[in-house]
Structure formats: structure tokens, C-alpha cells
Ligand binder design. Structure first.
Ligand SMILES: C[S@@+](CC[C@H](N)C(=O)[O-])C[C@H]1O[C@@H](n2cnc3c(N)ncnc32)[C@H](O)[C@@H]1O
Length: 477
């Protein structure tokens, strides 16, 4: 079986034992212990080592070989049953209804794989939409671009266990735990006392991702929509922060948010994302030995008319603001007819035509039925000479001043032009340097940075997003 497709990382016993030890602190005395994707059964083994014959144990697993290994391991222990089951087709409702009056602990390590990876692998290891019909939240999720299948599993189990004397303890990405909680909080539902205990996923699974043991005590009624994050699984752990949901908004650090919430408002400047063209090798040019060169290493001889200096996310995150690259900007506004390039700049048109097969076959549907060589993320604002920009991808929240820069033409004359940003940057634009510097000092101030950090989840793919930037209130400065 393909390990990637089945999110297959078996949890070492050292870790399963530590987790069971941590669960002791909850003074849980479960009657029923379930591991829904049990693999070779290390969680069941550690749980049995602790609760022994006080509980009844059920392990389910899709992989036949793992089932056999587990079944052999626990042969002769009548309290442990291992079954081959597919999480997505198993009738969880009927199964759990057998234990209405018993304390249930569901623990384990659900598969670490996203639906888009499964899509690429043409895998069927996904929930059928119909399984979740009638369930608004989950049905809605089937249309979501990218999510972890662990998120599906966690939400499904929590929905079934709500209002029961039950506990869930799963190893997962911190983003998976958080998204599962937000799924309920957004609907106004509190599901119980929720905590995230961080652990070193590199050490145990050789993956570089923020990961945690996600524990929900559904038996404890709570009034706040929040979860505490602890630094580790061991006894020396510290409570590092608490995230939550307030007034319909996600807050990454509730304590810091309290301190800076006076900055929460509506930005009077419209934040924009940079230019999108999906053809870097053709559209982005650099200068090598005095010649413009494209991403194929070919010399490019075009007019300066449609050429602009370009800064990329990596430049902005490192505070580099003197553009070393150039980009061909084929339009001034969205959907503008591009045929005039043939008249204004015949060498540029001929260059673009040479690469028409690449530009015409860009995958994203946004380019369909648009003028040839179209770009996105373009408007009057792109041509302002002064900008403040931030990268959306890096943990560094530093804002940079983006000045205009020179574009050199064939006759070596220099033309000052506005600098463009790529589509992983966000920016606001201004007419004067003075105004840009004034607002830059505010955005990089301790208070504004503190406010942003209270809202940002640093484990997200796009650390900074436009919704967060639009919440910066400039009027308090
Ligand atoms: C991250 S591993 C964890 C295994 C085990 N729980 C542990 O902690 O050692 C995920 C397990 O989920 C199993 N799995 C993947 N998709 C499944 C499905 N649809 N139903 C049941 N098990 C599945 C894989 O075979 C794999 O053993």
C-alpha cells in the first residue's frame, strides 16, 4: 500500500506511552477505548498497558497487513478486538450507540494527507460526499480546495460524540486541530475543553510540520470558544498561548489581542495582492552580463514599454527593495485588449507570440476567454510609484517600502518606473515618498506588529492574508 496515500506514519511506542501518561492527568477512566485507524496498534498496546482489563478496546484499520500484525500482537486478549474497516464507510453512529452510557476515549493518529495529494494520486481514500449528506458543515467542506482527511475524521467523530461523556486524543497537524475547532465555533457550538500539546514531528515522523496531540474533553462543558496550546507533552510543559473565536473572528493569541484590540478596525487603505501571470519563465526577466534573460536562459530583446521592475516575496521577506528582476506587464487594467502591444512594442509582441503555446495553455481557468497574454492582480494601483509591501508566505511580518526603479532600454537610457510585486505579496500604494514613510513607521511599530501577531496563525500556508491586513485601523495612529 502507498504510504503517502494512506497518510501512513506508525507512532512509536515511546510516544504512545507518553501520550497515555499525559491522559492520566485528565483522570480519565474510560470504559471503551477506540483507535479508528490503528495501524500496527501501538496506541492500543500502550492504552491496554495502562487501563488493562478495566476497559474494552477496539482497533480499526484499512490495511489488511497491519490488521493481521495487530491481531497477532493481541491474540488471546479477549478485551481487545481488531477489525479491518474503512473509516469512511464504517457505520460509526450505530457502533457508538452501543455504548450510550459508557465513557469513551477515542485516541490515535489519523492519516496525514490532504485531499489534493489524494487527488494527484488518483486515490479513492476519501469520504463519499453522500456519507455526509444532511450534514451542512461537512458537506460544505467537500467543495473546499484543500483539507486534511484527518480534519474530516476528527469533525465526524466530534459531531457524533458531542454531549457524550467522551474524550478524543489525536496526533495531528496544529492547523488540523485548529480548523476542526473553528468548524464548530463558527456554528456557535462549544464542544468541550480543548487543548493542543505540541510535539516534535521531525523527531518522531521525520516531517517538518507544526504538530500536536489534540485533546478534547467533551464531558466538560465550557462557555468560551478557546483552546490552550502547551509547549510539549512532558510534565515540564508551559502554557504558551490560547487561541479562540470572538465576535465571529479567529484570534491567534487571546491575551495579546486583549492588549492590542484597540487597533482592530477597518483599514482605510485597500490592500491588494501583486501581479499574477503563472508563467515566470516567460514573463520574468533578469539581467545577465548586461542582457535581459528569461527563465529558459535565453537572451530577450524587447522594448522597455511593457517592462517593469519586479520584487518577489522572497525579496520582501529579506528586506531587499532594489529590484533585480523585471516583469512584462501586458495590461494596465483587468481584461484590457492586448493587441495594441503589436503596434506599441512589436518586439515585445513577437517575444510573447514566440511563447504563445505556454501562455495560452496556462492551467488556471481565470485566463480562459480573456485577451491573449492576460495577467491578473493589475489596476491603476499597480502603477503608483510608492508602495508598502509584505510577503504573505514568510513568518517575518516586516513591511517594506517599495520605491520606483530604473528600467534600462536598448539605447541605455534610464526610465523610472513603479516596481511591481508578485502575487504572494500584499501591498498598499501611495503617491508620495513622505506619506509612504509615515505609514511604514506605523506598520512596523511594536503596537501594530503586536496586533498582527495576535491574529496570525504562523502554521498557515499563507501566514498573512488580506482579511487580517484589512483589519489594521490606520486612524488610531
Ligand atoms: C498516521 S498512521 C497511524 C497509525 C496508527 N494509528 C499509529 O498511530 O501508529 C494512519 C493509519 O491510517 C490508516 N488508514 C488510512 N486511511 C484509512 C481509512 N480510510 N480507514 C481506516 N484506516 C485508514 C493507514 O493505513 C495508517 O495505518
Amino acid at each position: 500500500m502507498n504510504k503517502k496515500e494512506f497518510g501512513d506514519f506508525q507512532t512509536p511506542e515511546l510516544l504512545t506511552r507518553e501520550i497515555v501518561r499525559l491522559l492520566e492527568e485528565y483522570q480519565i477512566q474510560p470504559d471503551i477505548i477506540i483507535e479508528p485507524t490503528c495501524g500496527i496498534g501501538n496506541f492500543i498496546q500502550s492504552a491496554y498497558g495502562h487501563w488493562q482489563d478495566k476497559g474494552e478496546y477496539f482497533g480499526f484499520e484499512l490495511n489488511q497487513e497491519y490488521c493481521q500484525q495487530s491481531a497477532q500482537k493481541f491474540a488471546g486478549i479477549s478485551r481487545i478486538s481488531i477489525e479491518k474497516q474503512n473509516f469512511f464507510t464504517f457505520d460509526w453512529e450505530s457502533f457508538l450507540n452501543r455504548f450510550t452510557y459508557q465513557k469513551i476515549l477515542i485516541l490515535g493518529n489519523p492519516p496525514w494527507v490532504t485531499n489534493s495529494t489524494l487527488g494527484m494520486l488518483e486515490s479513492q481514500n476519501l469520504p463519499q460526499k453522500s456519507n455526509f449528506q444532511g450534514n451542512k458543515g461537512l458537506a460544505a467542506k467537500t467543495g473546499k480546495a484543500n483539507f486534511d482527511i484527518a480534519e474530516w475524521m476528527i469533525i465526524r467523530l466530534l459531531e457524533l460524540l458531542r454531549d457524550r461523556t467522551a474524550y478524543l486524543a489525536f496526533l495531528c497537524k496544529t492547523s488540523t486541530a485548529r480548523k476542526s475547532l473553528f468548524h464548530f465555533w463558527k456554528q456557535g457550538l462549544n464542544i468541550g475543553d480543548s487543548r493542543l500539546y505540541l510535539f516534535d514531528a521531525k523527531k518522531y515522523f521525520n516531517v517538518t510540520v507544526d504538530a500536536c496531540l489534540f485533546v478534547v474533553d467533551l464531558s466538560k462543558k465550557v462557555h468560551q470558544k478557546s483552546a490552550i496550546v502547551y509547549s510539549s507533552l512532558d510534565c515540564d510543559r508551559k502554557n504558551i498561548y490560547e487561541f479562540g473565536f470572538q465576535n465571529g473572528e479567529a484570534i491567534a493569541n487571546l491575551k495579546n489581542y486583549e492588549k492590542y484590540k484597540y487597533l482592530d478596525g477597518l483599514s482605510c487603505f485597500q490592500w491588494r495582492s501583486g501581479l499574477k501571470h503563472d508563467a515566470a519563465k516567460v514573463m520574468e526577466l533578469s539581467v545577465t552580463e548586461g542582457n535581459l534573460t528569461n527563465g529558459f536562459g535565453e537572451k530577450v530583446d524587447i522594448e522597455k514599454t511593457y517592462l517593469y521592475p519586479l520584487l518577489k516575496s522572497s525579496d520582501i521577506s529579506k528586506g531587499r527593495t532594489n529590484a533585480k528582476k523585471y516583469v512584462i506587464v501586458t495590461q494596465k487594467i483587468l481584461g484590457e485588449d492586448t493587441r495594441k502591444i503589436a503596434l506599441d512594442a512589436p518586439r515585445t509582441w513577437s517575444y510573447l507570440s514566440q511563447y504563445a503555446s505556454i501562455l495560452d495553455n496556462r492551467k488556471s481557468s481565470i485566463y480562459q476567454k480573456k485577451p491573449q497574454f492576460s495577467i491578473f492582480g493589475i489596476g491603476e494601483y499597480s502603477f503608483a510609484h510608492w508602495k508598502i509591501a509584505i510577503s504573505s508566505l514568510y513568518k517575518n511580518l516586516h513591511f517594506s517600502l517599495v520605491p520606483p526603479a530604473c528600467v534600462i532600454s536598448r539605447d541605455l537610457s534610464r526610465h523610472l518606473k513603479p516596481t511591481m510585486l508578485d502575487d504572494t505579496c500584499y501591498f498598499i500604494s501611495f503617491d508620495s515618498q513622505q506619506e509612504t514613510e509615515y505609514w511604514l513607521s506605523y506598520l512596523n511599530s511594536e503596537e501594530c506588529q503586536g496586533f498582527l501577531k495576535s491574529l496570525i496563525f504562523f502554521d498557515a500556508k499563507r501566514v498573512v492574508n488580506i482579511d487580517i491586513l484589512m483589519r489594521i485601523n490606520f486612524k488610531v495612529f
